[in-house]
Design a protein around this ligand. Structure first.
Ligand code: PMP
Ligand code: GLN
Length: 382
């Protein structure tokens, strides 16, 4: 986790946001919205602070939020979960993933993810002493090869980490793949960790939580976060839901990571989870329109893109502009077009990095006029 000179290596997101600030370029690198989430939710946090909700909340999270999480699971997915024992509130999805991996992976255990993968997975598996095995997602649609998936999961596998919808590719896994993952977990007695932070941001079809599949629930830890659903990434309210004994094991680690966090934000996110369906429909319609603005702009500028089916990001190929190395392209992009993007190699292991070298990730969770400006600046690349 350290750079060659011994300093802390900045995450790719921090590095690219700093580049945007330094150059004044439009930041389509780090995935955060440039408009804040629902006013009712922000107002509820303000009220909670005024009402004195400012001390340590309970270790598992405030009951009002755990109950809202359970209601949300019931409303959207028909899942009945016990807010007392099957829910844990965390400091963002990041802490949910960290506590889960540190609690469940013993040194030498194998952990399977798709590749490219959200960067925290690689770092956390390393912190837990696990061995990271990956299954590549290939262009144009970034679906996994199912035989490669079968080959990657063995009796040595402790966790299969699924990220659906997927960062950075925007892939949504079809039922067939989700079903195979559950079968493989059973066959090899592995657990499934599913990172569904983009659960409400699918553009073509409703999200299918893997936990709703037959036989999945008893071995699945579902991770989500308020950050993306409510455009409040800085609040860092996340949660996980799993069978009670797994929640207890994960809590044992979580209590020594942050212990607890975000007291006044917890009841506010409970308000958010209870917002009517129209909020959720509106948020995804808004983001779909933004995806289309950026997608059309990138294509008009000469990029080949792969159309994301969920999440915040579009992958584009820098090859038409004479770059075989997306990292080099991203370093030059502020000066060439006044835009910041992230190289896909930042989400890759050394083994497969070359396969993804010319690809770059653009975030479209930005105001339409910002995306239009970025598109017109990128048109100058041609
Ligand atoms: N998982 C994925 C796939 C993400 O894209 C992100 C961040 N955007 C996270 C986890 C982290 O979420 P949080 O900010 O809630 O920790
Ligand atoms: N998840 C966000 C992204 O992929 C960034 C989160 C972070 O900065 N760690 O851009």
């Amino acid at each position: 986790l350290l750079a060659a000179d011994g300093s802390v290596a900045a995450s790719i997101f921090a590095e690219m946001s700093a580049l945007a600030v330094r150059t004044g370029a439009i930041n389509l690198g780090q995935g955060f919205p440039d408009e804040d989430g629902p006013v009712e939710v922000r107002e509820a946090a303000r009220q909670a602070i005024a009402d004195g909700v400012n001390q340590y909340p309970p270790g598992r999270g405030m009951p009002v939020l755990r109950e809202a999480i359970a209601r949300h699971q019931q409303r959207f997915y028909g899942l009945t979960i016990d807010p007392e024992t099957e829910v844990l509130v965390t400091a963002g999805a990041t802490e949910a993933l960290a506590a889960t991996i540190l609690a469940l992976v013993e040194p030498g255990d194998e952990v399977v993810t798709f590749e490219p993968f959200y960067d925290a997975y690689g770092a956390l598996i390393a912190l837990g002493g696990g061995i990271h095995r990956t299954v590549p997602l290939r262009t144009p649609d970034f679906q996994p090869d199912l035989d490669a998936l079968r080959a990657a999961v063995t009796d040595r596998t402790r966790l299969i980490i699924v990220n659906d919808p997927h960062n950075p590719t925007g892939t949504v896994l079809p039922l067939e793949t989700l079903t195979l993952i559950v079968e493989l977990a059973h066959r090899h007695d592995a657990l499934i960790v599913t990172d569904e932070v983009y659960e409400h941001l699918t553009f073509e079809q409703p999200h299918i939580p893997i936990r709703t599949l037959p036989g999945a629930r008893e071995r699945t830890i579902t991770v989500s976060s308020a950050g993306k659903t409510f455009s409040l990434t800085g609040w860092k309210i996340g949660w996980l839901s799993a069978p009670a004994p797994l929640v207890t094991a994960i809590l044992a680690v979580k209590q020594f990571l942050t212990y607890v966090n975000g007291a006044p934000f917890q009841p506010a996110i409970a308000v958010g989870l209870d917002l009517p369906d129209s909020y959720y429909r509106g948020a995804v319609a808004d983001l779909r329109a933004k995806r289309d603005v950026l997608g059309r702009g990138l294509e008009a500028a000469g990029f080949t893109i792969s159309q994301p089916r969920g999440g915040y990001f579009i992958i584009a190929d820098a090859t038409p502009f004479g770059f075989s190395d997306g990292a080099e392209f991203c370093r030059r992009l502020p000066e060439l077009a006044g835009v910041v993007a992230v190289p896909v190699t930042a989400f890759c292991s050394p083994r497969y990095r070359a396969d993804y070298a010319p690809l770059v990730r653009f975030a479209f969770c930005k105001k339409v006029d910002v995306l239009e400006r970025a598109a017109s600046q990128l048109a100058a690349l041609a």
